[in-house]
Design a protein around this ligand. Structure first.
Ligand SMILES: CCCCCCCCCCCC(=O)SCCNC(=O)CCNC(=O)[C@H](O)C(C)(C)COP(=O)(O)OP(=O)(O)OC[C@H]1O[C@@H](n2cnc3c(N)ncnc32)[C@H](O)[C@@H]1OP(=O)(O)O
Length: 236
């Protein structure tokens, strides 16, 4: 069984609905308030939006139907924008660390709250993390292949997420990638990240993206600890 700490954390804490509402709107980073009706509803809305983005970009319906669909989307956008925040909801800083502490079966589903990021199912095993996802039409760079910028996004998320899961408050100072083979679309790819060395504030990590046993992208990164900076969750 794959234990999902995201799901566990999403279970509503014992508190009144009004407390729950006000805490979710305050964006408290405490793990107790991560589990709100709002984060669950936003997760579902974001998943539906991602499907809409794919459908809008790939639909082959007649042109008149596109105009009708556009008006419907504009109407929903206006409705949602009637009351909006400046930023997307953030996950608690320690959510990846909680998933890591829960063991190698526990899963962190990234970008549940932001349709722009690529959602990845990530697991942790000591100082290594593994993830997988299926790149699709929205991620295309070279024909039928993953855009290299998305590979960089994925590697930064995998390596940075692992560093974050170890409890370190750190930002990426350098990220270097080698694109060895094209990454095909519409087929599952696997990713791995591992911490290789620490030296004072510096944390070194490496990772890769693999398809069908072929290592397509390799990454090395340097993270610098910024301990002492207070953060109210992070966007991921
Ligand atoms: C907010 C909470 C988040 C909370 C955690 C969030 C986790 C999410 C992770 C997501 C990953 C990202 O996308 S992060 C976003 C992209 N990254 C950023 O925006 C970072 C922007 N850069 C910075 O903020 C800064 O340059 C830092 C923090 C990286 C370094 O500045 P600093 O703190 O003043 O440190 P400084 O004294 O200059 O350097 C310390 C040591 O590191 C080395 N060093 C510093 N930068 C580099 C570099 N680019 N390349 C090589 N080495 C470097 C120095 O030579 C020195 O080595 P020595 O002399 O000691 O040997």
């Amino acid at each position: 069984m794959t234990a999902s700490v995201n799901e566990a954390a999403n279970r509503a804490p014992s508190q009144s609905q009004s407390e729950d509402q006000s805490q979710s709107e305050n964006q408290s980073s405490s793990t107790g308030t991560w589990a709100t009706e709002r984060t669950q509803a936003t997760t579902a809305l974001v998943a539906a939006t991602r499907s809409l983005m794919h459908a809008a970009a790939t639909t082959d319906l007649p042109v008149d139907d596109l105009a009708t669909a556009r008006r419907a989307i504009e109407s929903v956008t206006a409705e949602l924008s009637a009351r909006a925040r400046d930023r997307v909801l953030r996950i608690p800083f320690d959510l990846p660390a909680q998933v890591r502490a829960a063991g190698p079966e526990a899963e962190w589903n990234t970008y549940a709250l932001n349709p722009f990021g690529i959602p990845v199912r990530v697991t942790f095993d000591d100082e290594t993390s593994r993830g997988s996802f299926v790149p699709g039409a929205l991620h295309e760079g070279p024909p039928d292949s993953l855009h290299g910028g998305w590979s960089a996004h994925l590697m930064d998320c995998m390596l940075g997420g692992l560093v974050q899961a170890t409890g370190a408050r750190a930002v990426t100072a350098t990220l270097e990638l080698s694109y060895r083979h094209r990454v095909p679309l519409d087929s599952e790819v696997s990713m791995e990240a591992t911490i290789t060395r620490r030296d004072g504030r510096k944390i070194f990590a490496e990772g890769w993206i693999e398809h069908d046993g072929v290592r397509c992208v390799e990454a090395t990164a340097l993270f610098i600890r910024v301990d002492g900076i207070s953060v109210d969750g992070v966007a991921s």
